[in-house]
Structures are given as C-alpha cells and as structure tokens.
Design a protein around this ligand. Sequence first.
Ligand code: NOJ
Length: 550
Amino acid sequence: MKWWKEGIIYQIYPRSFFDSSGNGIGDLNGISKKLHYIKSLGVDMVWICPFYKSPNKDNGYDISDYKDISKIFGDLNSFDILLKKMHSLGLKLIMDLVVNHTSDKHSWFKKARKSKESKFHDYYIWKEGEKGKKPNNWKSVFSGSAWKWNEQTKEYFLHLYTENQPDLNWENPIVRKEVYSIIDFWLSKGVDGIRMDVISLISKRLDFKNIPNNIIFIDVMEKYYANGPRVHEYIKEMNKKVLSKYDIVTIGEGPGINLNNGLNYVNEDENELNMIFHFDHLTIDFGKEGKYDPIPFDFIKFKKIFSNWDKLFSKRGWNSIFLGNHDFSRIVSRFGNDNEFHEESSKLLATLLMTLRGTPSLYQGDEIGMTNINYNNISFYDDVETINAWKEAIDNKKNMKKFFEAIQKQSRDNARTPMQWDNKKNAGFSKVEPWIKANDNYKKINVKNQEKDLDSILNYYKLLIKIRKENSTLVYGKYEDLDPMHTKIFSYKRWDKNDVFIIHLNFSNCLVEINSSEIKDYKLVISNYTFAKKRNNLNPWEARIYKLIK
Ligand code: NOJ
C-alpha cells in the first residue's frame, strides 16, 4: 500500500489557474491563494506544469534555467511559500521535469551551438547531413523537419518538438549527471513527486533511420522516437542515483508507450517509475496523420483500452487514470455532450475517472465541467503546436475549412483557457486581459456558482472523491467490464474480499435498458440524476454506482 496509489492528483496549468500579480498570467502566489479550494476537493497531490525560467515558446516546456523560476510566475521565495503552505494543508507537490530537451536559450545550448570544441557541444544531438541535405526525414511533433541548421558549427541539431527545444544527448554521462543534480535540487527542497515529460523519448536510436512514407503517426512515435535502446538503463540509473533516495511518486509521460512495452516502465521489480501516462484512449480518434486528421470515436475500443491496461497492471505495476490534460481538448466536449447534457455527462466522466483501478488525475476546470473554447478564428489561438500545424496545412494546400474544424476540436488551447472562478470580468481569473481569451460561458460555468449549488458538478466530484476515499475496493479492487460489446453503456464491476461495486455509465443521449437482475442485492451509492429512474433504465448520460448489500 502506498500513499500515491490511494491519493488523487489535481493538475494545474499555472498560466491559466489564477493571476495574483495582475499581468494576465497565472502565477505561484495565485496557486497559494487557491490552496483551500484545492484542498476542499479532497485531492492529495498537486501536479503543477512547468514554471521554471523559460522563454515560453512552448509555455514552459522549453526551460532555460532548471534551478530558477520564471519571473512571470514568481521566484524561489514564492515557490518556498507555496510548498510550505501545501505541506501544512497535507497536500503533496508534484513538479514537471522536462529533460528530453532544453530551451535553445539555456546556457548549455548557447555555448554548445557556438563551437564543436565546447564541452557543451556534446550535450545535444548533432548531425552533419550529406550534401546540404537534412540528416533524415524525421518530422517534429510540432510540424516541419526535426532538424535545424546551426550555421556556427555547420551542422544540424535534433529537435523533436519546436526548433527552440533542442533534444539533449542522454548518451553523454555528464548530461545525465546534470539531470540528476536538477532532480536532487528540487527533491531536497521537499518536493513530493515528479511528472517526467516525454520520458519515453530520452534514448535515441543512433542509426537515425528514415521513416517509411506509409506509416501512421502513432507508430512513428512508438518505433522511431520513443522506447530507444537505452531508455530503461537511463531510468534505472536515475532511480538509483537520485529517485530512490526519497519517498516520492514518479509518473512518466509516455508517448509511444503501449500495451506491449508499458509494463517495462513501471514493473515494481525493475526500479524505474511508479506510473506512466499512456495515450491509447486519447489518441483514439487520431487518423493517419495525427490529431488534425480525425477518425470517428470508437466507444467499444475506448472501453477495451481501459480493460486492457487494467489487465496489464493487475499483477504488477500500477495504473494512472486520466481523461484529459493541458495537451488535449476538454473531456466533456470530447467524450461527453457539452450541450444539452453538459452537467450529466460531466458527472458521468467524473464517475469513470474516480471508479477505475489506478491513481486518478483530475485536470483543473474539469471539476466544474469547463468546455472547449471554439474560437471562430485562427488568430485567437496561441499554442505553437496549433499555429505550426495550421501553417503547414496551408503549405500543403489542405482543405482549410475542414482543418479549422479539426483545430476547434483538438487544439490544446481548449484546455488552456483561464480557470473560471466566478462571473466577474475575465472569469475572475485576472483583473486584466488574460494571455488567452476566457471562454464566454464563464458567466454560467464557474466555481462560485457551483460551490453554492449542492447538485453541481463540483459538489458531485467532491462526493465521488469522498466515496473513493472511504472505499478501498474502488482503489485496489479487481475490475471487470460486464458488457464489453455494448455500444452505449460502460458497465463494470469492482470487487475484493470486502465489497462489490457495480458501475453503470450510459455514454449516450438516449434512454437505455440495463439488466436489473444483476443489481437486485445492491444499493445505490450515488447517481448523477436526483431521482434515479426505474432500475432497469438508464437516463441519457446517467451514471450510477451500486454497492452490494452485506
Ligand atoms: C508534453 C507536454 O505535456 C507538452 O505540453 C509539451 O509541449 C511537450 N511534452 C514537449 O515538452
């Protein structure tokens, strides 16, 4: 039994959480001011996306100084205050570690790019390329080539993300030592855990083979960029040299991690990571070219993904459960119905999140059912990934109307609009114009309204969290999908020697029949409809948790 198995993570995107300084950008003091709110949810751990010094080309995922804080967010003092306050409230802090790449403004890279003689040169990945041609056909995840020419040394450097995020060379033991010293710096301050950005990418395949044309994006990730030959050696080393010295939680973000290789990262016998964030369910509607090339959502497949991952970790390892984060659209807009069943489907997704086996992560704003933004013009979008994809689509003469619709659905900005605190200007997030436009529906969907309303999505989350905390069966109990082929309902059982639960979730806009004989000895624990209808019917987007009467 471990605290991080029983706890619940709340994820904060600091830019968009709460602006205390009046610059239109959320900050660390802003988080400090809202800690009582976070505590009131009943969560235990808070993962905060990067707030280190950064030119913010990718909103903090491009770090120029790992041991300092970006001025827009505060300083080391505001960090210390935040950590102290969190600990006094019994909240644990999980920091984001971004060490697959640095910013190109990091002093290492500035020196590295000047001369091949610099000791920092070998901190990064360089290739000469033949006859002025790029070293290979690898594409950046954020569009365009993954190679950028550096005139001073007459070589290309590798960047799997923007050209301002050069990839570190983990083959170099000095780089690894630097990384461990960064980790130690923060853990020795009392930080309780680390979410490791794209950790599956740190070991490169040194033959840098070209990628065949017909291969789909998800396979490129798995077979070319992620899971390189030394990745486990590096993570084990990191664990031995620094992680194992602290009682912390580690979660590796894992593009390219799937059912075939997932256990290798979290197998308890191997001393690597505690959990991973895999993306099988969140890439479910990605087509051949990725997220802006959508394919229809397949509900049966969606359910199967949860069952398969549960099975994978049933004997060893531990799952992490999340339905969205700062890189995906809003969960109610994506998997629910953010229109006529906004409240019901938000609560249904909450029920799913809090009743599966694994540690749940709740992303800021989902607890009040924040929705996609649907800007009507590309000029409102901010995210580098969205903008680059848009430009590339123009160059490739794509159908731009269709492409824009895909952006509205899938842009990461959907999840990055300001947290909706109340119905005052700018959603109560900031006194000035925020860095990104707030969603107009803040007048209705906001924390203040929902705190007052006992039936709100927010209060439903609080209740569910309490139920999960009071029932260890919902944490550790076995899981079984009761009707995997049902096209509308997700029904599953959670059980152990103490208790049995049955969860029914109607993922549709219609009334659906269920088999009531199965639940005749059960009592209803919670439902998202005040008057749960006849037991053999589920209302649109109805969620019910039943517990066996003993
Ligand atoms: C994953 C992060 O979650 C995302 O926001 C970022 O852009 C990439 N990694 C690159 O660091």
